[in-house]
Design a protein around this ligand. Sequence first.
Ligand code: ATP
Ligand code: MG
Length: 180
Amino acid sequence: MHLKSLTLKGFKSFASATTLRFEPGITCVVGPNGSGKSNVLDALSWVMGEQGAKSLRGGKMEDVIFAGAGGRQPLGRAEVTLTIDNNDGALPIEYSEVSITRRIFRDGASEYEINGNSCRLMDIQELLSDSGIGREMHVIVGQGQLGAILESKPEGRRAFIEEAAGVLKHRRRKEKALRK
Ligand code: ATP
Ligand code: MG
């Protein structure tokens, strides 16, 4: 399984429809400051079901909609489609190619689709959850975080690794239970 393409329409700085195609292996996104590299990663998190506006570097979810720039008017909706190659059947669905679409309107209404069919956010999360890229299954190391990891003391570094491995939430729960 690998990510084939990502299409952004009205998402953050991507006012015009833009499609990025990926090959298997490592992908690098390069460009000047402010050109939209982090916005591409935000789009990837968002289409896979991110629910926190803060994680998307905004105040509220509608902030992902193109707000107007360079003489272009603000748009009424944002849409992102992620296409995944499923030839190895990693996703539990009878398609060799799976497209996931998420759309949001200015009034806050959202729409979700799997291969063009309307569905719930939950259906997308369930579809991805066994594949290793679902909610909390992938790790996005944000800008500035890398330096913080490299410069942190061993205990701090351990916390980063535990967070990535999903252990930290269990440790927090354990500590909470022991305090009672
Ligand atoms: P750097 O190299 O500094 O990290 P970057 O390539 O990661 O830059 P991004 O953070 O992806 O840049 O893009 C920032 C740009 O996106 C800013 O110019 C910002 O105004 C624009 N932007 C963010 N949200 C929106 C929006 N909703 N509508 C229009 N433009 C937006
Ligand atoms: Mg950036």
